[in-house]
Design a protein around this ligand. Sequence first.
Ligand code: NAD
Ligand code: IPM
Ligand code: MN
Length: 360
Amino acid sequence: MKKKIALLPGDGIGPEVMKEAVKVLEAAGKKYDFQLDYEEADVGGCAIDNHGKALPDSTLELCEKSDAVLFGSVGGPKWESLPPEQQPERGALLPLRKHFGLYCNLRPAKVFKSLASASPLKPEIVKDGFDILCVRELTGGIYFGKPKGREGSGPEEKGYDTLVYTRFEIDRIARMAFEAARKRRNLVTSVDKANVLTSMVLWREVVIEVSKEYPDVTLNHIYVDNATMQLVKNPHQFDVLLCGNMFGDIISDECAMITGSMGLLASASLNEKQFGLFEPAGGSAPDIAGKGIANPIAQILSAAMMLKYSLDMPEASDGIVDAVSSVLDRGIYTADLTNEREKAVNTVEMGDAIASVLIG
Ligand code: NAD
Ligand code: IPM
Ligand code: MN
């Protein structure tokens, strides 16, 4: 039976890059002999415009009956004046993550050899490459902690969020980090702020406890402020970065950029049943939306992660990653990856180039 994929392109560059991801999946299907059944639905700002809310019931139902969700990006200036809970991010993306219990967010940041020059880091830092997996807790922490709200007025008016983690939440994401490290370089660096935040004292304690079950994996701890600067100074020192929700959000954008562009970083958001939502780490990029120049690679690599983590097709997944790599090796770049803008290819051309490597 064909696996069913919910396609939620969303807003801004989402629909532009989603088209290329589907094109590449279709090409991979020809090469690796599989077919997927796609069904598309509105989410985010376009769903507010077309259905009155960011996550329509019909979209949620489609996700529920699908084997995986391929998500583009949501949000943009058009919806920023709505009440915060109704906006695309808080009205659709966070509820989707919570509804499906997608607590484990994997964001792999690896430098493609031929892209060393796209990284803003000095060539001597990037030349030997680096390969970091950011494991971000995605359904807890300050994003979801209660109480959250506003009250009062005048100079004493308050806005507040709560940073809370339970032992259970820390334990299960830490296990994911240690398991991932075992398939890589056996090193976990846990990012916290245990020098200031009580929730992070518990975080560190629980991570240490879990680490005892993984004696073959080295555990280091780093404060988040130091982590941001060490990433710029010497990214090679990291293998798996284990982060809470907000630190992982921030650190992963930095990880994306040091590999060359926000348009390169894919992600998988998984629950305990390996059901997943797959999306680029970057957003709807309003500054370039509608111009046809967005880099589709993060979306394409998110589709590759979907094949690997939710559809049990590791070979086809690796085939897509190799195809991306070989296109970049040939010097085919979108505008975000090169200073020679006049030579850059557009979104569709990048998708075509990757698909044609697969079709041969
Ligand atoms: P952004 O990630 O959309 O853009 C940041 C910068 O990276 C921009 O200069 C943009 O042009 C560039 N960029 C991002 N993706 C790119 C790509 N594929 N190719 C080339 N360049 C790319 O972040 P932002 O501007 O802070 O946010 C814009 C909107 O997106 C906001 O509404 C935000 O809430 C939303 N957002 C959504 C998601 C999501 O849906 N998963 C993630 C992040 C931000
Ligand atoms: C991300 C995004 C989201 C987050 C926003 C859009 C809710 O920035 O996936 O990194 O903060 O998690
Ligand atoms: Mn983010």
